[in-house]
Design a protein around this ligand. Structure first.
Ligand SMILES: [Zn+2]
Length: 475
């Protein structure tokens, strides 16, 4: 079922995202229409520095008429100019009008919008979506512009839109909008590689792909100690009880497609085996508490899944499972992933990045946020949804708000990544028969559990208790 479900999930995604792709394509074609790749601007050179200026200063292209207006017409069309310095990647904003003209204007912003034509950006395009607020207290300001490009992204336009807002009741009202600039690989060279969130001392060195270890002898000793300590968790696997029929039955379960509220129990298993190292990178609106949470999860995973090597890297060259934290606003939703009133996170299975990618809605804080992170990581490690009360993968209305991998989650991870299944790794997947053969399980018993799947929810072997403590320690 694993693969069928996955392919279906993928299909649904392709379907949703292709809707986007068409939208985005249209947008891009609009951009490509004018011969001049800078749209309404021309490039001029002064003292060897290239600037982008309006062809005709009075023709600042309005892309849409907001219902409310602010400022004088001349303020926006003559007195305010944007010049992009291609050498320093700075947007220079020059205001030649009178400060009085800006009365009633509450906020000025430069919106950076990635216009990606492919759905296959692995979420890295989210990093290029931002709003930069600025003030014109000084007539001549410079806004540093940063555009990231990961190895997983195909080239796309990043457009810059100037917006002015006036005060409304409880919120800002858009009162002027104009297209300022469009950058792409043909006219822009300052792309920076995306860097994953990192704070020294939060992740233990053995969880880092290439840890930087001090040159002193004591640093080496400390690293060896930490390495031995973390590795000792990999050897705790045999202290866990053997794989049993109820766990294998639960592996067959999921919720139906389109998120129905009923169990869906598949006939047979097809669990893809993870062979290569998983390298995680957290991107976007990441909090220190996210990284601290990951540290605890990675330690627990060492025990239940000793065959899976997982580490963390700041460098996108090594990352195989990027986790993006971005806020799902209405606008973000329209632009990227249709998340609004729809999803708080998702795991997108993929082969490039090798282990897929995850999005977490960063508007959530506290327990719920950590629960999303654990849940999506659970998917990446092969877990499906269930309707058990106590599971971080639960879709039950009555579920406890689990933040960590619960007993049955850990039991399933233990079964999926069991070292005794290493010998069948060559075929790339695990089937129900493999469990029956390898662990001498009773096939009829598995079928009985599958018939009454909710009965598989209640197992809580005490041998797993320490893993709950491990995940909650320091929390
Ligand atoms: Zn899920």
């Amino acid at each position: 079922m694993g693969i069928v479900k996955r392919q279906l999930a993928l299909l649904i995604w392709v379907f949703i995202w292709s809707g986007f792709a068409i939208d985005q394509l249209i947008l891009t074609f609009e951009h490509l229409q004018p011969r001049n790749i800078y749209g309404d601007k021309v490039m001029i050179e002064r003292n060897g520095v290239k600037f982008l200026i309006d062809k005709d200063l009075s023709s600042n292209q309005k892309i849409e008429n907001p219902p409310v207006s602010c400022g004088k017409k001349d303020t926006w069309e003559k007195d305010l100019t944007f010049q992009f310095d291609f050498e320093t990647s700075e947007m220079k904003v020059v205001f030649t009008g009178n400060a009085e003209d800006l009365k009633g204007v509450k906020r000025l912003s430069l919106k950076q919008n990635p216009v990606s034509i492919s759905w296959k950006q692995s979420g890295f395009d989210y990093l290029n979506y931002r709003t930069i607020n600025f003030e014109l207290d000084n007539n001549n300001i410079k806004i540093p512009i940063s555009i990231s490009r990961s190895k997983y992204e195909s080239p796309y336009f990043v457009e810059f839109i100037f917006e002015a807002y006036t005060g409304g009741v409880g919120r800002d009202l858009l009162c002027y909008k104009s297209n300022v600039l469009s950058l792409n690989s043909a006219n822009y060279t300052h792309y920076v590689p995306p860097k994953a969130f990192f704070i020294d001392g939060v992740l233990s060195d053995p969880h880092i792909k290439y840890p930087v270890i001090g040159k002193e002898f004591l640093d080496e000793l400390r690293y060896i100690d930490e390495f031995m300590e973390k590795n000792s968790y990999n050897y705790l696997h045999p202290t866990l009880p053997p794989v049993e029929e109820s766990t294998v039955a639960l592996l067959h379960a999921d919720n139906g497609h389109f998120l129905t509220t009923e169990w869906l129990v598949s006939k047979s298993l097809y669990i893809e085996k993870i062979t290569n190292e998983i390298v995680i990178g957290l991107y976007g609106d990441v909090l220190q508490s996210d990284l601290e949470h990951l540290e605890r999860l990675l330690t627990a995973i060492r025990v239940v899944a000793p065959t899976v090597k997982i580490s963390y890297s700041e460098n996108d060259r090594y990352v195989t499972l990027p986790i993006h934290f971005a806020k799902c606003t209405k606008e973000f939703s329209d632009m990227f992933n249709d998340c609004y009133d729809n999803a708080a996170g998702y795991f997108h299975p993929d082969s490039d990045p090798e282990h897929g990618w995850i999005w977490v809605d960063s508007k959530h804080v506290g327990d719920f946020r950590l629960s999303i992170l654990t849940h999506e990581l659970g998917h990446a490690l092969g877990l499906n949804h269930n309707f058990c009360q106590s599971s971080v993968m639960s879709y039950s209305k009555f579920s406890d708000d689990n933040i960590y991998f619960e007993h049955i989650d850990l039991m399933m991870l233990h079964a999926i990544h069991h070292p005794d299944l290493q010998d069948i790794v060559w075929k790339g997947f695990i089937s129900t028969n493999d469990y029956v053969d390898q662990f001498e399980l009773d096939r009829d018993k598995i079928e009985e559990y599958k018939e009454d799947i909710a009965t598989t929810c209640h197992k809580k072997p005490s041998e797993y208790d320490f893993l709950i403590d491990l995940q909650t320690r320091g929390y």
